[in-house]
Design a protein around this ligand. Structure first.
Ligand SMILES: O=C(O)c1cc(C(=O)O)c2c(n1)C(=O)C(=O)c1cc(C(=O)O)[nH]c1-2
Length: 250
């Protein structure tokens, strides 16, 4: 693993005030503003998806490549889990791994994503094989896992704060799939439906940890840098998918 160099926040201490920590409300405002401004719902590929302008081939390419992201979420969460020192924190973070890997009576998000693939006409063996994963997607996902493995827990948790915005994109996506891609069987949308509540809860929980852990201005800026990096991960993932195999624009 290599420790990623995070993007410098636009508001470094020497350019913005005396370097004392922002009050919690101001820090939260900055986190939310960054997550919203740089979120991948603004990416041209997502905008085309939501407007119903993706071909079946493009949508299948997105599903196969996003599976690479999905299967690594519990792995990065296990790296975060190992950094948490208190049983109550580990217990609540463990729930995230179970949300994806499943538990007694619940198949979990990875299984639901595989069903989404099947609903779109993809074989689960193809998703598991990883043979359609594009190089740019592989590197973006690796970057996120590396960040969670190598950076302090504050930054790893702050990177997950895109989930403050993710539930909104889930709702948009459910509507877009129903309106524009009726050839995808509606059972396949269960993944997105479950993520609305899960993402809302996860975002709230992570925000409260980040607000309580980031005590100095340097820590607050490091959290913002990690969140900016995560926005870049999601953005680059879509750049690669939009460009498609062999780098030919779709
Ligand atoms: O489809 C999406 O747009 C989207 C975005 C994000 C996100 O914002 O990071 C996540 C997810 N989905 C998702 O399904 C998911 O489980 C998830 C976990 C995390 C995280 O960083 O811990 N982000 C996301």
């Amino acid at each position: 693993m290599i420790t990623p160099v995070l993007p410098a926040p636009a508001c470094a201490a020497h350019t913005d005030g005396d370097g004392s920590p922002w009050p919690a409300e101001e820090f939260e405002r900055r986190l939310r503003e960054l997550a919203t401004r740089r979120y991948h719902d603004r990416h041209p590929f997502n905008q085309r998806m939501h407007a119903g302008r993706l071909s079946p081939e493009e949508l299948r390419r997105w599903i196969v490549n996003r599976f690479h992201y999905q299967r690594h979420i519990p792995i990065k969460d296990a790296l975060i889990l190992a950094k948490l020192e208190r049983p109550d924190l580990r217990r609540s973070w463990l729930r995230r791994i179970q949300d994806h890997d499943g538990r007694e009576g619940d198949d979990g998000g990875i299984e639901r994503w595989l069903r989404l693939g099947e609903a779109a006409g993809l074989a689960r063996a193809d998703l598991w094989s990883g043979r359609h994963v594009l190089p740019g997607v592989r590197f973006a996902v690796e970057g996120y896992v590396n960040l969670c493995g190598t950076r302090p827990v504050l930054e790893a948790v702050a990177a997950s704060l895109t989930e403050l915005v993710a539930p909104t994109i889930m709702v948009t996506r459910i509507g877009a799939f129903q309106d524009h891609y009726p050839w995808i069987e509606s059972d396949g949308l269960a993944y997105f439906e479950r993520r609305v509540d899960q993402g809302t809860r996860d975002g709230r929980e992570a925000l409260s940890l980040v607000l309580s852990w980031a005590r100095t201005r340097d820590q607050q800026e490091a959290a913002l840098g990690a969140l900016a990096y995560k926005c870049e991960v999601l953005w680059s993932l879509l750049d690669a998918i939009a460009l498609g195999p062999g780098g030919s624009p779709c």
